[in-house]
Design a protein around this ligand. Structure first.
Ligand SMILES: Cc1cc2nc3c(=O)[nH]c(=O)nc-3n(C[C@H](O)[C@H](O)[C@H](O)COP(=O)(O)OP(=O)(O)OC[C@H]3O[C@@H](n4cnc5c(N)ncnc54)[C@H](O)[C@@H]3O)c2cc1C
Length: 308
């Protein structure tokens, strides 16, 4: 029951001010968002890639309100890619972007987001890597898929995310699998109404398996975005049945969640990519991590009380 309440709070400016200013917050935030600047994050990129992990980098931020902020988001990714060029890690480190941070919700937002994300995709390709478009709430997805399709004309490796909790996703998966796309499948992290999305965990898990089967049997490159041990085991089984080799799909998990499992899968020879977020506008990302696991919220509240 707590999840939806926290997700509602993740859209509240008042809660944002309250939580961002709490003295203990930074400590708890660091578990999921291990840096604020490129200089903070480069040592972490080196450390994780040295351990055999691959990364997808997220400069945190979303729902910006001016074109200037959208341009700043683009520039933050370009600065990151400049640093990555020196590290020469190629496709071992890719980028994840939220189109709402590139201006998608502003007037003329579809074109604006496309104009802002394109240079990032070009810069990523120039250093031998790629970009994946994150999935946000369901009202943004038609625009996201259209931008994905447009970018793929020049950069076919551009990936996108689909969310198992949405009724529409099986059809999206079929289309993307047939077109040979890179696709990350996740359960879904936003508060969605019952008209468009499954609400029960067991329904979402069953949908995840159905969609995963479509991706594994298709022409594309499936990226399994989940920490759920059952789904990870099922993914291995489905990949095997579909005759996929270890480099024909990959696992992805979030930085700060089940770190031992990242290393275990990498040691087994799987491609294991860690979604690593950094930056200062961490509120929305952080609140979704609290909503996913009530124990995180309890830990957060306990540390506030003990500091208080
Ligand atoms: C690489 C990656 C990218 C993602 N991108 C998107 C996106 O673009 N759009 C979107 O809507 N969602 C995205 N998500 C979030 C996703 O939708 C889920 O909310 C999140 O992954 C939790 O679901 P789960 O599959 O891990 O399963 P769950 O059943 O939620 O969790 C399984 C187990 O994982 C652990 N766990 C899960 N979450 C947490 C947490 N926050 N803190 C501590 N432990 C936890 C727990 O042990 C839990 O029992 C992404 C997730 C990943 C891994």
């Amino acid at each position: 029951m707590l999840g939806p309440v926290i997700l509602a709070a993740s859209r509240s400016d008042r809660m944002r001010r309250l939580i961002s200013a709490a003295p203990v917050t930074k400590q708890v935030v660091d578990r999921f968002i291990p840096g604020e600047t490129v200089d903070d994050i480069v040592p972490i990129i080196k450390d994780l890639t040295d351990k055999g992990l691959e990364l997808t980098m997220d400069v945190v931020g979303e729902d910006i309100t001016t074109p200037g902020q959208a341009a700043a988001a683009r520039d933050a990714y370009l600065a990151l890619i400049d640093h990555l060029e020196e590290l020469e890690l190629g496709e071992r480190v890719e980028m994840s972007v939220k189109l709402s941070m590139f201006g998608q919700a502003l007037e003329g937002g579809h074109e604006l987001a496309l104009a802002n994300v394109r240079p990032v995709v070009e810069a990523a390709a120039a250093i031998g890597t790629t970009v994946t478009l994150d999935a946000e709430d369901h009202t943004t997805l038609d625009s996201m898929f259209a931008i994905h399709e447009e970018l793929r004309k020049d950069f076919p490796q551009t990936g996108c995310v689909i969310q198992a909790y949405l009724f529409r996703t099986e059809a999206d998966a079929r289309r993307l699998a047939a077109s040979g796309s890179r696709v990350r499948l996740v359960k879904g992290a936003y508060k969605e109404p019952a008209e468009v999305a499954y609400q029960q965990k067991h329904e979402i898990d069953k949908a995840y398996v159905r969609i995963l089967r479509i991706l594994m049997e298709g022409e594309g490159y499936p990226m399994i975005g989940s920490h759920d041990p059952r789904l990870i085991a099922i993914a291995q089984e489905l990949a095997h049945k579909a005759g996929r080799k270890l480099d024909e799909y990959e696992f992805q998990m979030l930085y700060g969640i089940r770190g031992d499992e990242h290393l275990r899968l990498a040691a087994e020879g799987h491609r294991m990519r860690v979604y690593t977020a950094y930056g200062t506008d961490w509120y929305g990302y952080f609140m979704r991590r609290l909503a996913e696991k009530p124990a995180n919220l309890r830990f957060f509240l306990r540390s506030m009380v003990s500091k208080g």
